[in-house]
Design a protein around this ligand. Structure first.
Ligand code: SAM
Length: 303
């Protein structure tokens, strides 16, 4: 089965092998404990805009393409997010949290912009892992890409036949990157299927959990994918809480992360201990890096 198609990109931007836009480390510039509680972004659903659906080919001038065998996934460039935000028109103040991160030359600014515009290293690991394992399991599955950023993992699941819910902290990321990326990976005739195959949410995980609990049966997933989201110790409870409450008893969650995050303190052993201490789920290492910065993928299943 082929999952790839030709992207409508200029000659110079034809598909290339997965490139590295990988951060060395995460250094937050704000402690979230300093943020008043009402500064935390409220969860909301974001619906794809017909203007973007109709005009995506004209809007995307440049994109990167990752290749995994037959699977190719295109994603727009972080600096072009503003183009899609302008076309969408919903966010009036483009002098927003993302430009703040840009001004600070930072990969993320805690509680304001959580790094969703770039493709992080562990997403590449998890995409490799997904392609190397049984891809048939994604067909007709319901999937949550938690902390999706560009949405590469959810897009891979979608191309393998899943229905996907994408979630990112920032609505600017969902509108300026995730939605354009999903559209870029659907063939021209199939673009409107974004409305039936996918749903999009922004806001803080704590607020997302409240939103999902209000209608919990609608938010039960066969698989939950999350990459580079446990970099902050404060995230363990929120990420694990969503996995524990929204994963079907028969399903599994994959958590890809660096073994240790310098400057923030999150690390995979502490997250593993956090899950084990709760006693409800098994947590096994299903993949480990062999070189470079130590990275792992954990698989969580119910006992
Ligand atoms: C480092 S980025 C990783 C993005 C993407 N998963 C990847 O691997 O390329 C962390 C992601 O987690 C999300 N995130 C971080 N803290 C969050 C929070 N408190 N609530 C909701 N989302 C959050 C951000 O929006 C961001 O997309």
């Amino acid at each position: 089965m082929m999952f790839s198609f030709k992207f409508n990109l200029p000659e110079s931007e034809t598909p290339c092998e997965a490139e590295d836009d990988r951060p060395e480390e995460i250094i937050p510039t704000t402690e979230s404990s300093e943020l008043p509680h009402n500064d935390i972004l409220k969860a909301q659903e974001i619906f794809p805009n017909d203007k973007i659906i109709d005009n995506i080919d004209d809007l995307v001038i440049k994109a990167n393409v990752f290749s995994w065998g037959d699977l190719q996934i295109g994603h727009v460039l972080p600096q072009d997010a503003v183009t899609y935000l302008k076309e969408d028109g919903r966010i009036q103040n483009l002098d927003n949290n993302i430009s703040l991160a840009d001004d600070l030359h930072s990969d993320l600014v805690e509680g304001k912009y959580e790094g969703g515009l770039k493709v992080w290293e562990c997403t590449i690991d998890m995409s490799d892992y997904m392609c190397e394992n049984d891809v048939a399991m994604w067909k007709d599955a319901t999937v949550l890409d938690l902390g999706c950023g560009t949405g590469v993992l959810g897009i891979a699941a979608m191309l393998f036949g899943a229905k996907v819910h994408f979630q990112d902290y920032n609505e600017e990321v969902i509108i300026g990157s995730t939605i354009p990326n999903v559209l870029l990976n659907l063939s021209e005739d199939d673009r409107t299927s974004i409305k039936t195959k996918c749903r999009f949410f922004s806001g803080d995980w704590e607020s997302l959990q409240t939103l999902m609990c209000e209608d919990s049966e609608k938010y039960q997933y066969d698989y939950i994918l999350t990459s580079e989201t446990i970099y902050n110790v404060k995230n363990y409870k929120k990420v694990y809480g969503i996995i524990k409450n929204q994963l079907k008893k028969t399903g599994f969650a994959l958590v890809a992360a660096k073994s240790y995050y310098f400057g923030v303190g999150g690390n995979i052993r502490d997250f593993e201990k956090y899950v084990n201490d709760d006693g409800l789920m098994n947590c096994e290492i299903c993949w480990k890096s062999e070189g470079g910065i130590p990275r792992e993928i954990l698989k969580l299943t119910f006992k």
